[in-house]
Design a protein around this ligand. Structure first.
Ligand code: AMP
Length: 193
């Protein structure tokens, strides 16, 4: 029986890194709408060109676009141990559409995990690196915008999931392997590690 997970968390929390580790170890498939959009943008498709503008402005791509991409993947992939949704859903409409897509397949979201980070500390890290490397960092403002965007949509989507059950938190400030161990503990796998 498939076990589907949502990795919820701000930019730079390591969602993608952790999703790839869990994918590799346990046969899940990571579905990252951000990665899919970047692939489309790099390929210069109509959708990609449209998405790139929106992404550059730090806005959300329309619901029907990302929902369509996720559905397309689920229709075309062999059923994995479960999906790890990374960067999706970002709106309640996306969360509802995801529930409906999974219900059609006799599945559901089995676990939502929140990767938590200390925003100030992350921003300081980026600033420090920029200084050490002797360059001005224009990413700081972009990063602040992305955090603000995250806070905004998290305030809507997390309550949607919390109304359905526990949303365990994982400390994303720990080293990568420790974060993986926390995730494995939540999943109840590989506990000897
Ligand atoms: P990410 O790599 O997940 O941070 O996504 C990068 C950018 O892609 C976001 O800032 C949005 O502009 C867009 N994007 C990714 N996923 C979604 C989504 N689920 N809904 C709307 N826009 C998205």
């Amino acid at each position: 029986m498939a076990f589907n997970i949502v990795f919820f968390g701000p930019p730079a929390a390591g969602k993608g890194t952790q999703a790839k580790i869990i994918e590799e170890k346990y046969g899940y498939v990571q579905l990252s709408t951000g990665d899919m959009l970047r692939t489309q943008a790099a390929a210069g498709t109509d959708l990609g060109v449209m998405a790139r503008d929106i992404m550059n402005q730090g806005k959300l791509v329309p619901d029907e676009v990302v929902i369509g991409m996720i559905e397309h993947c689920m229709d075309n992939l062999e059923q994995p141990a479960g999906y790890i949704f990374d960067g999706f859903p970002r709106t309640v409409a996306q969360a509802e559409a995801l529930d409906a897509m999974l219900a059609k397949r006799g599945q559901k979201i089995d676990l939502v995990m929140e990767l938590q980070v200390d925003e100030d500390q992350l921003i300081k890290r980026v600033e420090k690196r920029a200084k050490e490397e002797g360059r001005l960092d224009d990413n700081i403002e972009a990063m602040k915008t992305r955090f603000a965007q995250y806070r905004d949509y998290a305030a809507k989507v997390l309550p949607y999931y919390r109304a359905q059950g526990d949303v365990p938190a994982v400390d994303g400030m720990r080293p990568i392997d420790e974060v993986t161990m926390q995730i494995e503990a939540v999943l109840g796998v590989n506990q000897a590690a």
